[in-house]
Design a protein around this ligand. Structure first.
Ligand code: F6R
Length: 607
Protein backbone atom coordinates (compact mmCIF):
# COMPACT_ATOMS: atom_id res chain seq x y z
CA UNK A 1 0.00 0.00 0.00
CA UNK A 2 1.03 3.64 -0.37
CA UNK A 3 3.91 4.93 1.71
CA UNK A 4 4.08 8.41 3.23
CA UNK A 5 7.10 10.29 4.56
CA UNK A 6 7.31 13.88 5.78
CA UNK A 7 10.16 15.91 7.25
CA UNK A 8 10.34 19.26 9.03
CA UNK A 9 13.83 20.32 10.09
CA UNK A 10 17.21 21.69 9.15
CA UNK A 11 18.55 18.97 6.85
CA UNK A 12 18.49 18.90 3.08
CA UNK A 13 14.92 17.61 2.83
CA UNK A 14 14.89 15.64 -0.43
CA UNK A 15 17.52 13.03 0.55
CA UNK A 16 15.62 12.51 3.83
CA UNK A 17 12.38 11.94 1.92
CA UNK A 18 14.00 9.60 -0.61
CA UNK A 19 15.76 7.65 2.14
CA UNK A 20 12.46 7.27 4.02
CA UNK A 21 10.58 6.21 0.91
CA UNK A 22 13.21 3.59 0.15
CA UNK A 23 12.50 2.08 3.59
CA UNK A 24 8.83 1.86 2.63
CA UNK A 25 9.40 0.26 -0.77
CA UNK A 26 8.47 -3.11 0.71
CA UNK A 27 4.86 -1.91 0.99
CA UNK A 28 4.55 -2.14 -2.79
CA UNK A 29 4.19 0.83 -5.18
CA UNK A 30 4.00 1.84 -8.80
CA UNK A 31 4.88 5.56 -8.71
CA UNK A 32 6.61 8.02 -6.41
CA UNK A 33 6.84 11.73 -5.74
CA UNK A 34 7.91 14.53 -3.40
CA UNK A 35 6.82 18.08 -2.59
CA UNK A 36 9.16 20.45 -0.78
CA UNK A 37 8.56 24.02 0.29
CA UNK A 38 11.23 26.39 -1.03
CA UNK A 39 11.59 30.13 -1.26
CA UNK A 40 9.85 30.50 -4.59
CA UNK A 41 6.95 28.15 -3.78
CA UNK A 42 6.59 24.38 -3.88
CA UNK A 43 8.89 22.00 -5.71
CA UNK A 44 6.77 19.05 -6.80
CA UNK A 45 8.47 16.17 -8.65
CA UNK A 46 6.82 12.85 -9.35
CA UNK A 47 6.97 9.95 -11.74
CA UNK A 48 5.49 6.62 -12.64
CA UNK A 49 7.76 3.73 -11.69
CA UNK A 50 10.46 3.15 -9.12
CA UNK A 51 12.34 5.48 -6.81
CA UNK A 52 15.39 5.52 -9.09
CA UNK A 53 13.36 7.52 -11.60
CA UNK A 54 12.38 10.01 -8.92
CA UNK A 55 15.99 10.25 -7.75
CA UNK A 56 17.04 11.35 -11.23
CA UNK A 57 14.25 13.94 -11.30
CA UNK A 58 15.42 15.65 -8.11
CA UNK A 59 19.17 15.57 -8.75
CA UNK A 60 19.21 19.37 -9.19
CA UNK A 61 17.26 20.12 -5.97
CA UNK A 62 18.76 20.90 -2.61
CA UNK A 63 16.57 22.65 -0.04
CA UNK A 64 17.36 22.73 3.67
CA UNK A 65 15.58 24.18 6.71
CA UNK A 66 12.07 23.62 5.53
CA UNK A 67 9.36 20.94 5.26
CA UNK A 68 8.57 18.35 2.63
CA UNK A 69 6.44 15.29 1.99
CA UNK A 70 7.05 12.18 -0.09
CA UNK A 71 4.92 9.32 -1.33
CA UNK A 72 5.03 5.91 -2.97
CA UNK A 73 1.69 5.12 -4.62
CA UNK A 74 -0.01 1.76 -4.97
CA UNK A 75 -2.70 2.46 -7.56
CA UNK A 76 -6.34 2.19 -6.53
CA UNK A 77 -8.15 5.01 -8.39
CA UNK A 78 -6.55 5.59 -11.80
CA UNK A 79 -3.69 3.75 -13.49
CA UNK A 80 -0.06 4.34 -12.53
CA UNK A 81 0.90 7.56 -14.35
CA UNK A 82 2.55 10.95 -13.81
CA UNK A 83 -0.83 12.65 -13.36
CA UNK A 84 -2.08 10.13 -10.81
CA UNK A 85 1.15 10.08 -8.78
CA UNK A 86 1.21 11.97 -5.49
CA UNK A 87 1.71 14.67 -4.25
CA UNK A 88 -1.44 16.31 -5.59
CA UNK A 89 -1.90 20.06 -5.49
CA UNK A 90 -4.64 22.68 -5.60
CA UNK A 91 -5.04 24.82 -8.76
CA UNK A 92 -2.64 27.50 -7.54
CA UNK A 93 -0.03 24.83 -6.81
CA UNK A 94 0.65 26.16 -3.32
CA UNK A 95 -0.85 23.28 -1.30
CA UNK A 96 0.45 19.70 -1.73
CA UNK A 97 -1.07 16.52 -0.33
CA UNK A 98 0.03 12.90 -0.01
CA UNK A 99 -2.54 10.28 0.96
CA UNK A 100 -2.82 6.61 1.83
CA UNK A 101 -6.32 5.11 1.91
CA UNK A 102 -9.48 5.64 -0.13
CA UNK A 103 -11.80 8.65 -0.16
CA UNK A 104 -15.08 6.89 -0.87
CA UNK A 105 -17.18 9.99 -1.61
CA UNK A 106 -14.61 11.56 -3.91
CA UNK A 107 -16.86 11.63 -6.99
CA UNK A 108 -19.52 13.66 -5.19
CA UNK A 109 -16.88 16.01 -3.80
CA UNK A 110 -15.23 16.30 -7.21
CA UNK A 111 -18.51 17.39 -8.85
CA UNK A 112 -19.13 19.96 -6.18
CA UNK A 113 -15.55 21.29 -6.25
CA UNK A 114 -15.76 21.59 -10.04
CA UNK A 115 -18.87 23.74 -9.61
CA UNK A 116 -16.74 25.90 -7.30
CA UNK A 117 -14.13 26.31 -10.04
CA UNK A 118 -11.62 23.59 -9.22
CA UNK A 119 -9.86 22.01 -12.20
CA UNK A 120 -8.83 18.38 -11.83
CA UNK A 121 -5.82 16.85 -13.56
CA UNK A 122 -5.89 13.27 -12.23
CA UNK A 123 -8.26 10.32 -11.86
CA UNK A 124 -7.42 9.92 -8.19
CA UNK A 125 -9.62 10.24 -5.15
CA UNK A 126 -6.79 12.12 -3.41
CA UNK A 127 -6.89 15.21 -5.58
CA UNK A 128 -10.19 16.29 -4.01
CA UNK A 129 -8.36 16.64 -0.68
CA UNK A 130 -5.97 19.26 -2.08
CA UNK A 131 -8.86 21.25 -3.57
CA UNK A 132 -10.98 20.96 -0.42
CA UNK A 133 -8.12 22.21 1.76
CA UNK A 134 -7.74 25.09 -0.67
CA UNK A 135 -11.49 25.80 -0.40
CA UNK A 136 -11.32 25.99 3.40
CA UNK A 137 -8.03 27.90 3.54
CA UNK A 138 -8.26 31.30 5.25
CA UNK A 139 -4.62 31.75 6.20
CA UNK A 140 -4.40 28.81 8.66
CA UNK A 141 -3.37 25.44 7.15
CA UNK A 142 -4.24 23.43 10.29
CA UNK A 143 -7.71 24.94 10.34
CA UNK A 144 -8.21 24.27 6.62
CA UNK A 145 -7.23 20.60 7.02
CA UNK A 146 -9.40 20.26 10.14
CA UNK A 147 -12.41 21.63 8.26
CA UNK A 148 -11.71 19.29 5.34
CA UNK A 149 -11.53 16.03 7.30
CA UNK A 150 -15.20 15.76 8.37
CA UNK A 151 -16.18 15.98 4.70
CA UNK A 152 -14.10 12.92 3.78
CA UNK A 153 -15.71 9.48 3.88
CA UNK A 154 -13.40 6.48 3.82
CA UNK A 155 -9.88 6.05 5.09
CA UNK A 156 -6.87 8.29 5.05
CA UNK A 157 -3.40 9.00 6.31
CA UNK A 158 -2.50 12.47 5.04
CA UNK A 159 0.55 14.67 4.85
CA UNK A 160 0.03 18.29 3.76
CA UNK A 161 2.48 21.15 3.11
CA UNK A 162 1.98 24.64 1.72
CA UNK A 163 4.36 27.23 0.30
CA UNK A 164 2.54 29.77 2.50
CA UNK A 165 3.74 27.88 5.61
CA UNK A 166 7.40 26.94 5.18
CA UNK A 167 8.55 24.46 7.83
CA UNK A 168 5.05 23.17 8.64
CA UNK A 169 3.52 19.73 7.96
CA UNK A 170 -0.08 18.92 8.78
CA UNK A 171 -0.75 15.20 9.26
CA UNK A 172 -4.03 13.37 9.86
CA UNK A 173 -5.27 9.80 10.02
CA UNK A 174 -8.40 7.67 9.96
CA UNK A 175 -8.18 3.91 9.39
CA UNK A 176 -4.76 4.15 7.73
CA UNK A 177 -1.50 4.01 9.66
CA UNK A 178 0.62 7.09 10.34
CA UNK A 179 3.48 7.44 12.81
CA UNK A 180 5.10 10.64 14.03
CA UNK A 181 8.82 10.58 14.77
CA UNK A 182 10.01 13.03 17.42
CA UNK A 183 13.59 14.06 16.71
CA UNK A 184 15.82 16.73 18.13
CA UNK A 185 15.34 19.93 16.15
CA UNK A 186 13.52 17.89 13.51
CA UNK A 187 10.25 15.98 13.36
CA UNK A 188 8.91 13.47 10.87
CA UNK A 189 5.87 11.53 9.75
CA UNK A 190 5.79 8.13 8.06
CA UNK A 191 3.54 5.21 7.27
CA UNK A 192 5.85 2.88 9.14
CA UNK A 193 8.68 3.03 11.65
CA UNK A 194 11.64 1.92 9.44
CA UNK A 195 11.35 5.20 7.52
CA UNK A 196 12.02 7.17 10.73
CA UNK A 197 14.69 5.12 12.43
CA UNK A 198 17.65 6.96 10.97
CA UNK A 199 16.48 10.09 12.79
CA UNK A 200 14.68 8.98 15.92
CA UNK A 201 13.41 6.05 17.96
CA UNK A 202 10.73 8.05 19.76
CA UNK A 203 7.41 7.79 18.02
CA UNK A 204 3.75 8.65 18.51
CA UNK A 205 0.96 6.72 16.82
CA UNK A 206 -1.87 9.00 15.77
CA UNK A 207 -5.37 7.81 16.66
CA UNK A 208 -8.28 7.81 14.27
CA UNK A 209 -9.54 11.36 13.84
CA UNK A 210 -6.29 12.97 15.06
CA UNK A 211 -4.70 15.91 13.27
CA UNK A 212 -1.13 16.98 13.98
CA UNK A 213 0.89 20.08 13.18
CA UNK A 214 4.63 19.48 13.01
CA UNK A 215 7.43 21.99 12.80
CA UNK A 216 11.10 21.34 13.48
CA UNK A 217 10.60 22.22 17.17
CA UNK A 218 7.05 21.20 17.97
CA UNK A 219 4.52 18.41 17.53
CA UNK A 220 0.98 19.49 18.36
CA UNK A 221 -1.67 16.75 18.19
CA UNK A 222 -5.42 17.50 18.22
CA UNK A 223 -8.24 15.00 18.60
CA UNK A 224 -11.31 14.89 16.37
CA UNK A 225 -13.00 17.56 18.55
CA UNK A 226 -10.11 19.94 18.00
CA UNK A 227 -8.83 19.63 21.59
CA UNK A 228 -5.06 19.37 22.17
CA UNK A 229 -4.37 15.69 22.82
CA UNK A 230 -1.60 13.77 24.58
CA UNK A 231 -0.56 10.58 22.86
CA UNK A 232 1.62 7.95 24.48
CA UNK A 233 5.22 7.98 23.22
CA UNK A 234 6.76 4.64 22.23
CA UNK A 235 10.48 4.02 22.21
CA UNK A 236 11.38 1.67 19.36
CA UNK A 237 13.66 -0.98 20.81
CA UNK A 238 14.59 -2.80 17.64
CA UNK A 239 17.56 -1.82 15.63
CA UNK A 240 17.66 -0.19 12.21
CA UNK A 241 19.79 -3.13 11.01
CA UNK A 242 16.77 -5.38 11.60
CA UNK A 243 15.02 -3.45 8.85
CA UNK A 244 17.98 -3.92 6.47
CA UNK A 245 19.05 -6.93 4.43
CA UNK A 246 22.28 -7.52 6.33
CA UNK A 247 24.14 -9.44 3.61
CA UNK A 248 21.19 -11.58 2.52
CA UNK A 249 20.05 -11.35 -1.08
CA UNK A 250 16.45 -10.69 -0.08
CA UNK A 251 14.53 -9.68 3.03
CA UNK A 252 12.45 -12.84 2.72
CA UNK A 253 15.41 -15.22 3.12
CA UNK A 254 16.81 -13.05 5.90
CA UNK A 255 13.50 -13.17 7.72
CA UNK A 256 13.25 -16.96 7.31
CA UNK A 257 16.69 -17.20 8.96
CA UNK A 258 15.43 -15.02 11.80
CA UNK A 259 12.66 -17.49 12.65
CA UNK A 260 14.44 -19.31 15.50
CA UNK A 261 15.18 -16.01 17.25
CA UNK A 262 11.75 -14.55 16.54
CA UNK A 263 10.03 -17.66 17.91
CA UNK A 264 12.23 -17.61 21.00
CA UNK A 265 11.36 -13.93 21.47
CA UNK A 266 7.67 -14.82 21.36
CA UNK A 267 8.02 -17.72 23.77
CA UNK A 268 10.86 -17.19 26.23
CA UNK A 269 9.67 -14.06 28.04
CA UNK A 270 6.44 -15.93 28.81
CA UNK A 271 8.01 -19.20 29.96
CA UNK A 272 9.41 -19.68 33.45
CA UNK A 273 10.43 -22.89 35.23
CA UNK A 274 8.44 -25.12 32.91
CA UNK A 275 5.36 -22.90 33.03
CA UNK A 276 3.76 -20.74 30.39
CA UNK A 277 2.57 -17.39 31.71
CA UNK A 278 0.68 -15.20 29.25
CA UNK A 279 -1.18 -13.16 31.86
CA UNK A 280 0.66 -10.00 30.78
CA UNK A 281 -1.24 -10.17 27.47
CA UNK A 282 -4.59 -9.91 29.24
CA UNK A 283 -5.57 -13.41 28.07
CA UNK A 284 -6.34 -14.73 31.52
CA UNK A 285 -8.94 -16.68 33.55
CA UNK A 286 -11.27 -13.67 33.57
CA UNK A 287 -11.18 -13.30 29.78
CA UNK A 288 -11.67 -16.96 28.98
CA UNK A 289 -14.05 -17.85 31.83
CA UNK A 290 -17.13 -19.77 30.60
CA UNK A 291 -16.34 -19.43 26.91
CA UNK A 292 -18.40 -21.80 24.80
CA UNK A 293 -16.99 -20.88 21.40
CA UNK A 294 -14.12 -18.89 19.89
CA UNK A 295 -14.17 -16.98 16.62
CA UNK A 296 -10.84 -16.36 14.90
CA UNK A 297 -10.73 -13.61 12.29
CA UNK A 298 -7.81 -12.69 10.03
CA UNK A 299 -6.66 -12.37 6.40
CA UNK A 300 -4.20 -14.26 4.22
CA UNK A 301 -1.32 -15.88 6.02
CA UNK A 302 -2.69 -14.76 9.38
CA UNK A 303 -5.94 -16.55 8.47
CA UNK A 304 -3.94 -19.71 7.88
CA UNK A 305 -2.41 -19.30 11.31
CA UNK A 306 -5.99 -19.05 12.56
CA UNK A 307 -6.85 -22.34 10.83
CA UNK A 308 -4.02 -24.03 12.73
CA UNK A 309 -5.48 -22.40 15.84
CA UNK A 310 -8.83 -24.06 15.20
CA UNK A 311 -7.31 -27.52 15.02
CA UNK A 312 -5.07 -27.01 18.04
CA UNK A 313 -7.57 -25.25 20.33
CA UNK A 314 -10.29 -27.78 19.51
CA UNK A 315 -7.86 -30.65 20.05
CA UNK A 316 -6.46 -29.41 23.35
CA UNK A 317 -9.27 -27.37 24.92
CA UNK A 318 -12.27 -29.07 23.28
CA UNK A 319 -13.85 -25.66 22.63
CA UNK A 320 -15.42 -25.13 19.19
CA UNK A 321 -13.56 -22.63 17.03
CA UNK A 322 -14.87 -20.91 13.91
CA UNK A 323 -12.28 -19.29 11.63
CA UNK A 324 -13.20 -16.74 9.01
CA UNK A 325 -11.50 -14.36 6.63
CA UNK A 326 -12.17 -10.83 7.81
CA UNK A 327 -13.58 -9.55 4.51
CA UNK A 328 -16.34 -12.18 4.71
CA UNK A 329 -17.02 -11.86 8.41
CA UNK A 330 -17.63 -8.14 8.32
CA UNK A 331 -20.29 -8.28 5.61
CA UNK A 332 -22.22 -11.39 6.58
CA UNK A 333 -24.24 -10.23 9.62
CA UNK A 334 -22.26 -12.60 11.87
CA UNK A 335 -23.81 -14.08 14.99
CA UNK A 336 -21.71 -13.05 17.97
CA UNK A 337 -23.02 -13.39 21.51
CA UNK A 338 -22.11 -10.71 24.07
CA UNK A 339 -19.10 -11.89 26.03
CA UNK A 340 -17.98 -14.31 23.31
CA UNK A 341 -14.24 -14.50 22.72
CA UNK A 342 -12.96 -13.31 19.34
CA UNK A 343 -9.31 -13.82 18.48
CA UNK A 344 -7.89 -11.45 15.88
CA UNK A 345 -4.58 -12.26 14.17
CA UNK A 346 -2.60 -9.63 12.28
CA UNK A 347 1.10 -9.05 11.72
CA UNK A 348 0.71 -5.37 10.90
CA UNK A 349 -2.23 -4.66 13.17
CA UNK A 350 -3.47 -2.31 10.44
CA UNK A 351 -5.16 -4.57 7.87
CA UNK A 352 -8.34 -2.69 6.95
CA UNK A 353 -10.64 -5.73 6.70
CA UNK A 354 -9.35 -7.25 9.93
CA UNK A 355 -9.68 -3.96 11.78
CA UNK A 356 -13.24 -3.48 10.54
CA UNK A 357 -14.21 -7.05 11.43
CA UNK A 358 -12.75 -6.57 14.91
CA UNK A 359 -14.80 -3.41 15.40
CA UNK A 360 -17.91 -5.22 14.19
CA UNK A 361 -17.34 -8.02 16.70
CA UNK A 362 -16.58 -5.56 19.49
CA UNK A 363 -19.71 -3.60 18.77
CA UNK A 364 -21.68 -6.83 19.16
CA UNK A 365 -20.23 -7.22 22.65
CA UNK A 366 -17.42 -9.69 21.97
CA UNK A 367 -14.27 -9.75 24.07
CA UNK A 368 -11.35 -9.19 21.73
CA UNK A 369 -7.95 -10.81 22.10
CA UNK A 370 -5.44 -9.98 19.37
CA UNK A 371 -2.19 -11.58 18.23
CA UNK A 372 -0.24 -8.70 16.70
CA UNK A 373 3.37 -8.03 15.75
CA UNK A 374 3.49 -4.25 15.35
CA UNK A 375 3.46 -2.56 18.74
CA UNK A 376 1.06 0.37 18.99
CA UNK A 377 -0.84 -0.54 15.80
CA UNK A 378 -4.58 0.11 15.54
CA UNK A 379 -5.67 -3.45 16.31
CA UNK A 380 -3.39 -3.66 19.31
CA UNK A 381 -4.75 -0.40 20.68
CA UNK A 382 -8.39 -1.33 20.30
CA UNK A 383 -8.30 -4.97 21.47
CA UNK A 384 -9.13 -5.92 25.07
CA UNK A 385 -6.08 -8.17 25.29
CA UNK A 386 -2.94 -8.14 23.13
CA UNK A 387 -0.41 -10.91 22.61
CA UNK A 388 2.57 -9.24 20.92
CA UNK A 389 4.61 -11.72 18.91
CA UNK A 390 7.85 -9.68 19.04
CA UNK A 391 8.93 -11.02 15.63
CA UNK A 392 10.71 -7.75 14.81
CA UNK A 393 10.04 -5.82 11.63
CA UNK A 394 8.91 -7.93 8.71
CA UNK A 395 9.81 -6.16 5.48
CA UNK A 396 9.33 -8.78 2.74
CA UNK A 397 5.77 -8.71 1.45
CA UNK A 398 5.48 -12.47 1.91
CA UNK A 399 4.98 -13.18 5.58
CA UNK A 400 7.34 -15.78 7.03
CA UNK A 401 8.73 -15.23 10.53
CA UNK A 402 5.55 -13.43 11.54
CA UNK A 403 3.56 -16.56 10.69
CA UNK A 404 5.86 -18.81 12.73
CA UNK A 405 5.49 -16.51 15.71
CA UNK A 406 1.72 -16.29 15.27
CA UNK A 407 1.70 -20.07 15.54
CA UNK A 408 3.87 -19.95 18.68
CA UNK A 409 1.38 -17.50 20.17
CA UNK A 410 -1.61 -19.64 19.18
CA UNK A 411 -0.13 -22.79 20.69
CA UNK A 412 0.65 -20.96 23.91
CA UNK A 413 -2.88 -19.59 24.04
CA UNK A 414 -4.34 -23.03 23.25
CA UNK A 415 -2.33 -24.70 26.00
CA UNK A 416 -3.32 -22.00 28.47
CA UNK A 417 -7.01 -22.11 27.56
CA UNK A 418 -6.96 -25.90 27.82
CA UNK A 419 -5.27 -25.69 31.22
CA UNK A 420 -7.73 -23.09 32.51
CA UNK A 421 -10.64 -25.19 31.23
CA UNK A 422 -9.20 -28.25 33.01
CA UNK A 423 -9.11 -30.23 29.77
CA UNK A 424 -5.49 -31.45 29.77
CA UNK A 425 -4.55 -35.03 30.67
CA UNK A 426 -2.02 -35.40 33.50
CA UNK A 427 1.46 -34.67 32.16
CA UNK A 428 0.15 -33.10 28.94
CA UNK A 429 0.82 -29.54 30.07
CA UNK A 430 4.48 -30.24 30.83
CA UNK A 431 4.93 -32.18 27.58
CA UNK A 432 3.39 -29.40 25.48
CA UNK A 433 5.21 -26.58 27.24
CA UNK A 434 8.57 -28.28 26.90
CA UNK A 435 7.80 -29.21 23.28
CA UNK A 436 7.14 -25.57 22.49
CA UNK A 437 10.35 -24.47 24.18
CA UNK A 438 12.35 -26.77 21.90
CA UNK A 439 10.87 -25.52 18.62
CA UNK A 440 13.29 -22.63 17.92
CA UNK A 441 16.23 -25.06 18.00
CA UNK A 442 14.40 -27.49 15.73
CA UNK A 443 13.81 -24.69 13.21
CA UNK A 444 17.58 -24.10 13.23
CA UNK A 445 17.97 -27.75 12.18
CA UNK A 446 15.36 -27.30 9.45
CA UNK A 447 17.31 -24.32 8.12
CA UNK A 448 20.39 -26.52 7.80
CA UNK A 449 18.54 -28.47 5.07
CA UNK A 450 18.02 -25.43 2.87
CA UNK A 451 20.47 -26.68 0.22
CA UNK A 452 18.31 -29.76 -0.33
CA UNK A 453 15.28 -27.54 -0.85
CA UNK A 454 17.21 -25.22 -3.17
CA UNK A 455 18.26 -28.24 -5.26
CA UNK A 456 14.67 -29.46 -5.46
CA UNK A 457 13.43 -26.02 -6.49
CA UNK A 458 16.02 -25.83 -9.25
CA UNK A 459 14.42 -28.94 -10.74
CA UNK A 460 10.81 -27.84 -10.32
CA UNK A 461 10.71 -24.10 -11.00
CA UNK A 462 9.47 -24.44 -14.56
CA UNK A 463 6.28 -26.25 -13.45
CA UNK A 464 3.21 -24.20 -14.11
CA UNK A 465 1.01 -25.85 -11.52
CA UNK A 466 1.66 -27.41 -8.11
CA UNK A 467 -0.73 -29.22 -5.76
CA UNK A 468 -0.25 -29.30 -2.01
CA UNK A 469 -2.14 -32.05 -0.20
CA UNK A 470 -2.45 -33.19 3.39
CA UNK A 471 -4.93 -34.20 6.06
CA UNK A 472 -5.76 -32.49 9.35
CA UNK A 473 -2.99 -30.11 10.41
CA UNK A 474 -1.11 -31.06 7.23
CA UNK A 475 -4.00 -29.79 5.13
CA UNK A 476 -4.03 -26.49 7.00
CA UNK A 477 -0.30 -26.14 6.45
CA UNK A 478 -0.79 -26.94 2.74
CA UNK A 479 -2.93 -23.82 2.46
CA UNK A 480 -0.09 -21.62 3.66
CA UNK A 481 2.50 -23.48 1.55
CA UNK A 482 0.34 -22.92 -1.52
CA UNK A 483 -0.25 -19.22 -0.83
CA UNK A 484 3.47 -18.62 -0.34
CA UNK A 485 4.34 -20.28 -3.65
CA UNK A 486 1.62 -18.42 -5.57
CA UNK A 487 2.34 -14.98 -4.26
CA UNK A 488 6.07 -14.85 -4.91
CA UNK A 489 6.69 -17.27 -7.80
CA UNK A 490 3.38 -16.70 -9.67
CA UNK A 491 3.08 -20.47 -10.14
CA UNK A 492 -0.51 -21.61 -9.96
CA UNK A 493 -1.06 -23.89 -7.01
CA UNK A 494 -3.89 -25.44 -5.04
CA UNK A 495 -4.08 -26.71 -1.50
CA UNK A 496 -6.36 -29.67 -1.11
CA UNK A 497 -7.51 -31.86 1.72
CA UNK A 498 -5.94 -35.10 0.52
CA UNK A 499 -9.17 -37.04 0.96
CA UNK A 500 -11.10 -34.48 -1.09
CA UNK A 501 -8.97 -34.78 -4.25
CA UNK A 502 -10.96 -37.69 -5.61
CA UNK A 503 -14.14 -35.57 -5.56
CA UNK A 504 -13.06 -33.55 -8.57
CA UNK A 505 -9.58 -32.08 -8.50
CA UNK A 506 -7.80 -35.34 -9.23
CA UNK A 507 -8.96 -34.76 -12.84
CA UNK A 508 -6.16 -32.20 -13.10
CA UNK A 509 -3.41 -34.65 -12.18
CA UNK A 510 -1.48 -35.87 -15.19
CA UNK A 511 1.97 -37.20 -16.01
CA UNK A 512 4.57 -35.01 -14.35
CA UNK A 513 2.18 -32.89 -12.21
CA UNK A 514 4.05 -31.89 -9.05
CA UNK A 515 2.19 -32.88 -5.88
CA UNK A 516 3.68 -31.85 -2.55
CA UNK A 517 2.29 -34.29 0.01
CA UNK A 518 2.60 -33.19 3.61
CA UNK A 519 2.34 -36.21 5.90
CA UNK A 520 3.32 -35.58 9.49
CA UNK A 521 0.29 -36.81 11.38
CA UNK A 522 0.92 -40.40 12.51
CA UNK A 523 -2.74 -41.30 12.91
CA UNK A 524 -3.51 -40.13 9.35
CA UNK A 525 -0.42 -41.53 7.63
CA UNK A 526 -2.05 -44.62 6.08
CA UNK A 527 -4.85 -42.44 4.70
CA UNK A 528 -2.50 -39.88 3.20
CA UNK A 529 -0.36 -42.69 1.78
CA UNK A 530 -3.43 -43.97 -0.10
CA UNK A 531 -4.01 -40.51 -1.56
CA UNK A 532 -0.37 -40.36 -2.64
CA UNK A 533 -0.81 -43.70 -4.39
CA UNK A 534 -3.88 -42.32 -6.17
CA UNK A 535 -1.97 -39.37 -7.64
CA UNK A 536 1.09 -41.48 -8.43
CA UNK A 537 -1.11 -43.88 -10.36
CA UNK A 538 -2.03 -40.91 -12.56
CA UNK A 539 1.56 -39.95 -13.22
CA UNK A 540 2.15 -37.30 -10.53
CA UNK A 541 5.65 -36.54 -9.30
CA UNK A 542 5.40 -36.58 -5.50
CA UNK A 543 7.53 -34.54 -3.12
CA UNK A 544 6.73 -35.67 0.43
CA UNK A 545 7.29 -33.70 3.64
CA UNK A 546 7.44 -35.92 6.73
CA UNK A 547 9.32 -36.57 9.96
CA UNK A 548 12.73 -38.20 9.63
CA UNK A 549 12.70 -41.99 9.74
CA UNK A 550 9.40 -42.33 7.89
CA UNK A 551 10.17 -45.35 5.70
CA UNK A 552 6.67 -45.59 4.23
CA UNK A 553 6.90 -42.14 2.62
CA UNK A 554 10.47 -42.72 1.53
CA UNK A 555 9.33 -45.70 -0.50
CA UNK A 556 6.26 -44.01 -1.92
CA UNK A 557 7.45 -40.52 -2.88
CA UNK A 558 9.89 -39.43 -5.59
CA UNK A 559 11.61 -36.97 -3.25
CA UNK A 560 11.35 -36.36 0.48
CA UNK A 561 11.97 -33.35 2.73
CA UNK A 562 12.59 -34.55 6.28
CA UNK A 563 11.68 -32.69 9.46
CA UNK A 564 13.35 -33.31 12.82
CA UNK A 565 11.02 -35.39 14.97
CA UNK A 566 8.78 -33.71 17.48
CA UNK A 567 5.23 -34.14 18.77
CA UNK A 568 2.82 -34.39 15.79
CA UNK A 569 0.80 -31.45 17.02
CA UNK A 570 3.75 -29.08 16.43
CA UNK A 571 4.30 -30.22 12.83
CA UNK A 572 2.74 -27.12 11.20
CA UNK A 573 5.38 -24.92 12.85
CA UNK A 574 8.25 -27.13 11.74
CA UNK A 575 6.96 -27.89 8.26
CA UNK A 576 6.17 -24.33 7.25
CA UNK A 577 9.82 -23.27 7.11
CA UNK A 578 10.78 -25.77 4.35
CA UNK A 579 7.66 -24.70 2.46
CA UNK A 580 8.67 -21.03 2.75
CA UNK A 581 12.17 -21.93 1.54
CA UNK A 582 10.64 -23.94 -1.29
CA UNK A 583 8.54 -20.97 -2.44
CA UNK A 584 11.55 -18.67 -2.06
CA UNK A 585 13.94 -20.76 -4.14
CA UNK A 586 11.28 -21.43 -6.80
CA UNK A 587 10.76 -17.66 -7.12
CA UNK A 588 14.50 -16.94 -7.19
CA UNK A 589 15.04 -19.58 -9.89
CA UNK A 590 12.28 -17.95 -11.92
CA UNK A 591 13.92 -14.54 -11.48
CA UNK A 592 10.93 -13.02 -9.65
CA UNK A 593 11.09 -9.88 -7.52
CA UNK A 594 10.83 -11.92 -4.31
CA UNK A 595 10.47 -9.12 -1.77
CA UNK A 596 8.07 -7.05 -3.85
CA UNK A 597 5.81 -9.44 -5.73
CA UNK A 598 3.62 -7.92 -8.40
CA UNK A 599 0.23 -6.46 -7.41
CA UNK A 600 0.82 -7.11 -3.72
CA UNK A 601 1.33 -4.77 -0.80
CA UNK A 602 2.61 -5.46 2.68
CA UNK A 603 0.08 -3.77 4.87
CA UNK A 604 -3.31 -3.91 3.19
CA UNK A 605 -4.95 -0.77 4.50
CA UNK A 606 -7.74 -0.60 1.93
CA UNK A 607 -10.76 -2.91 1.66
C1 F6R B 1 1.01 -13.29 2.70
C2 F6R B 1 0.72 -12.13 3.52
C3 F6R B 1 -0.68 -11.66 3.60
C4 F6R B 1 -0.98 -11.16 5.02
C5 F6R B 1 -2.38 -10.55 5.08
C6 F6R B 1 -2.75 -10.11 6.47
O1 F6R B 1 2.36 -13.63 2.76
O2 F6R B 1 1.60 -11.55 4.10
O3 F6R B 1 -1.57 -12.66 3.22
O4 F6R B 1 -0.89 -12.24 5.90
O5 F6R B 1 -2.44 -9.45 4.21
O6 F6R B 1 -1.84 -9.17 6.96
P1 F6R B 1 -1.72 -8.84 8.50
O7 F6R B 1 -1.21 -10.08 9.16
O8 F6R B 1 -0.78 -7.70 8.58
O9 F6R B 1 -3.11 -8.51 8.97
Amino acid sequence: MCGIVGYAGGRDVIPVLLGGLSKLEYRGYDSAGVAVVCEGGLIVRKTKGRLDGLRRLVEDCSVADTAGIGHTRWATHGEPSFENSHPHTNCAGDIAVVHNGIIENYLKLKDWLRSEGAVFVSDTDTEVVAHLINYHYRGDLLEAVSKTLPRLEGSYALGVVSSKHPGLIIAARKDSPLVIGAGSGENLIASDIPALLEYTRDVYFLRDGDVAALTRDEIAIYDSYGARARREAYHVDWDVSQAERGGFEHFMIKEIHEEPKAMADTFSPRYRDGHIDISETGIDERLVANIKKINIIACGTAYHAGMVGKYVIEELARIPVEVEVASEFRYRRPIIEPGQLVLIISQSGETADTLAAMREAKQKGAKIAAIVNVVGSSISREADAVFYTHAGPEIAVASTKAYNTQLMAIYMIAVEIARMAGRLEPGAYERLASGLSGLPDLIKKVLETKNVIQRLASGYFSKNSVFFIGRGLDYVLSMEASLKLKEISYIHSEAYAAGELKHGTIALIEKGTLVVAIATQERLLEKTASNIKEVKARGAHVLAVCFEGNKMLENLADEVIYLPKTDDIFAPILAVTPMQLFAYYMAVEKGCDVDKPRNLAKSVTVE
